[in-house]
Write a protein that binds this ligand. Structure first.
Ligand SMILES: C[S@@+](CC[C@H](N)C(=O)[O-])C[C@H]1O[C@@H](n2cnc3c(N)ncnc32)[C@H](O)[C@@H]1O
Length: 251
């Protein structure tokens, strides 16, 4: 697994993947070869991801819904609050524990479960899921894991199911660890034939970081070109990252 780190160490090699369980246990995240520390969780909004809200408002979510790599559970809770039947999983047990506590406090029914996306063990509903939401998880997988995951999703989905993915665009390699290529062609090739890509659009993912926090944690990598919109902010001062919005449909 990998996520928000500077892209390369001083020797040009890749940094180790992020330990998500440690992050959710409240341990500090180490960034960069010089081991800068932070206890911020960059994707923590305490609210649903705006692009997920947009999909729901556009009528692009139909239950039963599966959320993959649900993290702190805010997207799943939002979708359940909108009346959808939701199952959500994450590989990090502490994320699921925290999500279950939130669901109980809110009285919102969501099936939160610990599972690995490359196995999907125990993930099933009668008739199959009609919508899958992946908000910033796919880019945590290397190329082989992505293929295994996307192929495995077919088993748990109903015919005609929609898969909505939000994932890094390649430009972020100037600042962050990216385990596999995030250019349009590589991503399209990761989808097995049964998934038809209906939308692949450059969009932005909202983080919980201010511009200052982002710049402190992810200094630009010398020699790696950065796009003009690598760091933009929304009206609340939250950093927006260049992401792909992909929607695929199962045959
Ligand atoms: C960047 S976070 C995004 C969390 C949440 N979806 C959001 O947008 O706020 C990525 C999440 O994917 C989870 N994850 C990474 N690899 C995974 C895998 N192989 N199986 C299940 N979850 C995984 C991590 O534990 C983490 O919670």
């Amino acid at each position: 697994m990998a996520d928000l780190h500077p892209a390369r160490d001083q020797s040009g090699g890749r940094e180790p993947a992020m330990d998500f369980e440690a992050v959710y246990q409240g341990r500090q995240i180490a960034y960069g070869a010089d081991d800068r520390r932070s206890d911020l969780i960059p994707w923590r909004l305490d609210a649903p991801q705006p692009l997920v809200v947009e999909l729901e408002a556009a009528g692009e979510i139909a239950g039963p819904v599966l959320e993959c790599g649900c993290g702190l559970g805010d997207n799943a809770l939002f979708l359940a609050g909108r009346g959808h039947e939701v199952t959500a999983f994450d590989a990090a047990p502490s994320a699921i524990e925290r999500s279950r506590a939130k669901a109980a406090a809110a009285g919102t029914p969501v099936t939160f479960t610990v599972a690995d996306a490359t196995e999907l063990r125990g993930i099933a509903v009668p008739g199959g899921f009609r919508t899958v939401v992946d908000s910033a998880m796919l880019h945590c997988l290397d190329a082989d894991q992505r293929r295994t995951y996307l192929a495995g999703l077919r088993r748990v989905c109903a015919p005609g199911a929609k898969l909505h993915v939000l994932c890094f665009r390649g430009e972020l390699a100037a600042r962050l660890v990216v385990l596999a290529d995030m250019d349009e062609r590589s991503l399209r090739e990761a989808f097995p034939d049964e998934w038809t890509i209906r939308r692949m659009a450059p969009r932005h993912y909202t983080t919980g970081l201010t511009r200052q926090e982002w710049q402190k944690l992810t200094p630009a990598v010398p020699g790696v070109p950065e796009s003009d919109d690598t760091v933009t902010v929304d009206q609340h001062g939250r950093v927006l990252l260049p992401f792909w919005q992909i929607t695929a449909e199962l045959a």
